[in-house]
Write a protein that binds this ligand. Structure first.
Ligand SMILES: Cc1ncc(COP(=O)(O)O)c(C=O)c1O
Length: 400
């Protein structure tokens, strides 16, 4: 018998070697108690959360929690069914109405996760003989959506408009084309030049899908994302998003103005062949989305936090993923996995949680400490975070 697990041996060895150094396992931390969107108890210690993608801090919003409790009482704990059978409740419709209003778009379709939204939309709309043209640094759910479908896949260099244009020009003019972009790329926290990319895509007759997972709620005047901020949202055919970041719960969606969009509810397998979100989840999502429509003060404070952390880390001598803060994600580049894990642990001991990211999730084989800021972080907390980075960085030998 061939052990089907033997293909994982290199990863098992890498993990064992890392743990043999005595470092805490960075991928199995338990949040023993969550006190607020910015504070939790980890290993018995009060810890500032700087790696949760809870950008707008909606997880403890009073109205959001009240809506979830009411739905749990009135509609029960789960739907036990697909959206196309018994799994569409009033709350799912209300959630889709909130999304349509939030984006000012005609159609909204809620999925059980953002992962499934990408999987479903990409694999369904791009079929045999069509092309999906995607940024090489795209999220795993975008790649998996491509794998699940029958279209030809063409990747281009990260955020490179010329490379995108060149690829598009090589494709048969009459073929169906879907260009897939992200507003914010979550590893380095950099934004896409959507305006130029959408222009060249449209010139080539392609449809455009933008995943705004890391920009919804925060970027753009109304929080609609990078496409809104760059004035091109009307040229985007499909926006994908998630409830697991700014919205503060779980779920995914696609919004569109395409006149035939509703047919997706019958043909999109990751929508049809899975159970719908529990009533409490869609109630919290709808309430949160409606509140995010009026979140301009929080958006302004989050920008302040992002600028302060970026400037402060830079002044301390850390190498960062972007020259300027472009989003609520600040990536701190580590020399290698071992020292990245040491620094991660030193920060945890200081009472600060960040995400450790490593290949294959990261571009160019980098090890990163990814910090994601929250609109609920106070300015004093950001000062505290910088102090903890300085102490941990010196202890781990990352800065002098
Ligand atoms: C760009 C992007 N798209 C989609 C997803 C998937 O979202 P979800 O957590 O709702 O599955 C993520 C989550 O990390 C993401 O970063």
């Amino acid at each position: 018998m061939t052990d089907l697990f033997s293909k994982f041996d290199p990863l098992i060895q890498q993990r064992e070697a890392l743990l043999a150094t005595g470092v805490t396992d960075p991928f199995s931390l338990v949040m023993e108690k969550v006190v607020s969107p910015t504070v939790a108890i980890c290993n018995g210690r009060e810890t500032i959360l700087l790696g949760t993608y809870n950008y707008m801090g909606m997880t403890f919003d009073e109205d959001v929690i009240a809506a979830g409790k009411e739905a749990l009482d009135k509609f029960g704990s789960g739907t036990t069914g697909s959206r196309v059978l018994n799994g569409t409740y009033q709350g799912h419709k209300e959630c889709e109405d909130a999304l349509k209003e939030f984006y000012a778009m005609d159609h909204a379709m809620v999925f059980s996760t953002g992962y499934q939204a990408n999987l479903g939309i990409i694999s369904t709309i791009a079929g045999k003989g069509d092309y999906v043209i995607l940024d090489i640094d795209s999220h795993a759910s975008i790649y998996d959506g491509c794998k699940m479908g029958d279209a030809e896949i063409v990747a281009f260099r990260h955020n490179d408009v010329e490379a995108l244009e060149k690829r598009l020009k090589r494709l048969p003019p009459e073929a169906g084309k879907l260009v897939v972009l992200e507003g914010v790329y979550s590893m380095l926290g950099d934004i896409a030049p959507l305006k130029e990319m959408i222009r060249v895509s449209k010139e080539a007759g392609a449809m455009v899908l933008v995943d705004e997972a890391h920009s919804m709620g925060f970027i753009g005047e109304h929080g609609r994302g990078v496409a809104e901020a760059q004035g091109v949202i009307d040229d985007v055919d499909f926006i994908i998003g998630t409830f697991s970041k700014s919205v503060g719960t779980v779920g995914g969606f696609c919004v569109s103005n395409h006149p035939k969009f509703e047919i997706m509810r019958l043909v999109c397998r990751p929508y049809v062949f899975t159970a719908s979100l529990p009533p409490s989840v869609v109630a919290t999502a709808a309430t949160s989305i409606r509140k995010l429509m009026h979140g301009s003060n929080k958006r302004a404070h989050l920008w302040e936090n992002s600028k302060k952390l970026h400037g402060g880390l830079r002044a301390l001598g850390f190498q960062l993923g972007t020259e300027e803060p472009q989003s609520a994600i600040i990536a701190v580049i580590m020399p290698d996995l071992e020292r990245g894990a040491m620094m991660w642990e030193a920060l945890l001991e200081e009472g600060l949680y960040v995400n450790l990211a490593r290949p294959p999730a990261t571009p160019a084989g980098m090890t990163l400490l990814r910090c994601s800021l929250c609109a609920e972080h106070t300015s004093e907390q950001v000062d505290e975070i910088l102090g903890r980075f300085e102490r941990a960085g010196k202890r781990a030998g990352i800065i002098g």
